[in-house]
Design a protein around this ligand. Structure first.
Ligand SMILES: *[C@@H]1O[C@H](CO)[C@@H](O)[C@H](O)[C@H]1NC(C)=O
Ligand SMILES: *[C@@H]1O[C@H](CO)[C@@H](O)[C@H](O)[C@H]1NC(C)=O
Ligand SMILES: *[C@@H]1O[C@H](CO)[C@@H](O)[C@H](O)[C@H]1NC(C)=O
Ligand SMILES: *[C@@H]1O[C@H](CO)[C@@H](O)[C@H](O)[C@H]1NC(C)=O
Length: 531
């Protein structure tokens, strides 16, 4: 009885304390002052508790529903001096068990950020987290609502926000509201992004080297002015052959390439470990009847298809044979960059939305420009115009990371080797450039490591056969405990037909099977030099 009373009283007390604490938290949340942002005017700030919030699963950004999120939500809008923009930065500050860290979450495709949904996971893990729209309006799939001014010129205010400026705004605003809510600054700050978000992370390291202690950049859209134009090459090739293959034809030939090179690493798992070592010639399957996996149909491979695919894998060249950029790796799906459609019995090419938007709205400044009409000479011209006009603004590939290194920053870049949208060779090229600028491997490995994930598609989005790394915690332990990662432990997606774990080794090391043990277990592999 006495015990029961005791428990009841304690329960009451606890309840009252909890309610008071919540009142106190609510008051604190509602009183966050507007931060000062250099080069901009804060237009508004609003903040309120968001309690017991459920963020539903939303593919590909959030792969599971998260319940019971309790945060102080802070919306800040700002306008840059002399610009006609309204930028929104949204921050979630966990009410319980803040881990003393701040993370800025990057965007994707044409979006500087993907909104509150991208904050759910970090906030549920105790991170104060921010996202920004960069002042851009419309869909992540097209820049048409913001790219051009009324007079037809490029909207440089918003392009600058998308390219770089909004990254720094988010760091300033996010850190400031974090510090005022908790009454002390975050101990560590991070960037986490993939694709456009990966590019933004690289820009942070290049241009705002003091903003983040650690940057995770997945499949980064760097060398933007070049790789985006290179995405049109498959369409140029199809037009030249006047042949527009079906998805089934492409799948069948990619599967033949995987089958030919899967065993080079002594492990048959539908994954090519080193696509650069795969010398599969598509002409060797001309005349053969092959399966296309998803439609469960058979197609006979013809010469035009083989010719198109060999050129896509080789990458864009001018009419004299000079290489302009990389091709897709063998194993990557061709269906995004080489997509086709059919109407009234006629097949035609469908240029991918990133390249189409960039070409029409920025390079050509002509929304009516027909990207599907581009031939080899026009592509060469587009490469030149894109680079000359925009590289300074959005190239995002300055290899001088000395200031980031000097300020103690750590950078993990990773890229899937079966990425169908952004060529992983660009990440390798960037890494090599940094090594050259900073004076070698050791000077680079001290703060910057690249991880190439075999058989993994863009940002690890499924379906994808390879083991998908999620290196964020590796970055945190590098920054906070000084543990430089030699490898990232990865596993296949739950939806994969074949399940395995695998090490993703820091470039240029490669995970090699030891010759004994379970081939499906990461333990049976060692990171070794490629020889
Ligand atoms: C923040 O902005 C979103 C719209 O983007 C809105 O739904 C939400 O209520 C706002 N929150 C606060 C605290 O003002
Ligand atoms: C939290 O929300 C869930 C469903 O959204 C509900 O079932 C639960 O009762 C709520 N809990 C509290 C403490 O309000
Ligand atoms: C400012 O941008 C808005 C659209 O966001 C547009 O309607 C308006 O015309 C612009 N003003 C100027 C002066 O360019
Ligand atoms: C297909 O033919 C119909 C009828 O002639 C026409 O209205 C339509 O625009 C055509 N579609 C395409 C994509 O050419």
């Amino acid at each position: 009885m006495a015990l029961l009373l005791y428990v009841l009283v304690l329960g009451q007390l606890f309840h009252r304390c909890w309610a008071e604490a919540l009142d106190h938290t609510a008051a604190k949340c509602s009183k966050i002052p507007a931060p000062r942002v250099p080069g901009a005017k804060v237009l508004s700030i609003s903040s309120a508790l968001r309690l017991n919030h459920t963020e539903p699963q939303s593919s590909p950004i959030l792969d599971h529903t998260i319940d019971n999120i309790n945060v102080c939500e802070v919306n800040v809008t700002l306008r840059h001096t002399g610009a006609n923009d309204t930028v929104s930065v949204q921050t979630w500050l966990p009410v319980h068990q803040w881990n003393k860290r701040f993370v800025a979450v990057g965007g994707g495709a044409w979006a500087a950020g993907t909104g509150l949904v991208s904050l759910a996971e970090p906030a549920s893990q105790g991170y104060a987290a921010s996202t920004t729209d960069g002042g851009l309006i419309g869909s992540p799939y097209s820049p048409e609502l913001w790219a051009l001014n009324a007079d037809g010129s490029v909207n440089m205010d918003l392009l600058t926000n998308f390219a770089s400026r909004s990254i720094h705004d988010m760091a300033i605003v996010g850190k400031a509201v974090t510090a005022s809510f908790y009454s002390h600054a975050a101990k560590y700050s991070y960037w986490n992004g993939c694709s456009t978000g990966g590019r933004q992370g690289m820009v942070a390291a290049q241009k705002y080297p003091k903003d983040f202690d650690g940057v995770l950049a997945g499949s980064p859209a760097i060398y933007w002015t070049e790789y985006v134009i290179a995405e049109l090459w498959p369409q140029v090739v199809m037009k030249a052959e006047n042949y527009f293959p079906t998805q089934c034809e492409y799948e069948a030939i990619v599967q033949a390439g995987i089958a030919a090179c899967d065993g080079l690493d002594k492990v048959k798992d539908n994954v090519i470990t080193q696509p650069s070592h795969c010398k599969f010639d598509p002409f060797t399957v001309v005349g053969k009847k092959l399966q296309c996996p998803s439609a469960k149909e058979e197609v006979v491979i013809n010469e035009k298809l083989a010719s198109i695919v060999s050129k896509i894998w080789d990458g864009p060249r001018d009419r004299h044979g000079k290489s302009l950029w990389y091709g897709l790796e063998i194993g990557a799906s061709l269906w995004n960059l080489a997509e086709t459609g059919e109407a009234n019995g006629t097949r035609f090419g469908k240029p991918v939305f990133v390249a189409d938007g960039w070409t029409r709205f920025f390079v050509k400044r002509d929304p009516k420009f027909d990207t599907a009409s581009v031939d080899t000479d026009a592509l060469v011209q587009l490469f030149r115009e894109s680079r000359e006009t925009f590289d300074e603004i959005i190239g995002s590939a300055n290899p001088d990371l000395s200031r980031f290194k000097k300020s103690g920053g750590k950078l993990i870049m990773w890229h899937g080797l079966a990425d169908q949208l952004i060529f992983p060779q660009g990440s390798v090229r960037y890494y090599e450039e940094v090594k050259r600028v900073l004076g070698g491997s050791k000077a680079t490995l001290d703060f910057f490591r690249l991880f190439l994930a075999p058989g993994v598609d863009h940002c690890g989005y499924g379906p994808t056969p390879g083991a998908v790394p999620s290196p964020f915690n590796d970055l945190v332990s590098w920054v906070e405990k000084g543990r430089a990662p030699e490898k990232i432990e990865a596993k296949t997606l739950p939806t994969s037909a074949v399940q395995f774990t695998r090490k993703i080794c820091r470039y240029p090391l490669v995970a090699k099977y030891q010759g004994w043990g379970d081939k499906a277990s990461s333990d049976s592999y060692k990171c070794m030099r490629d020889c």
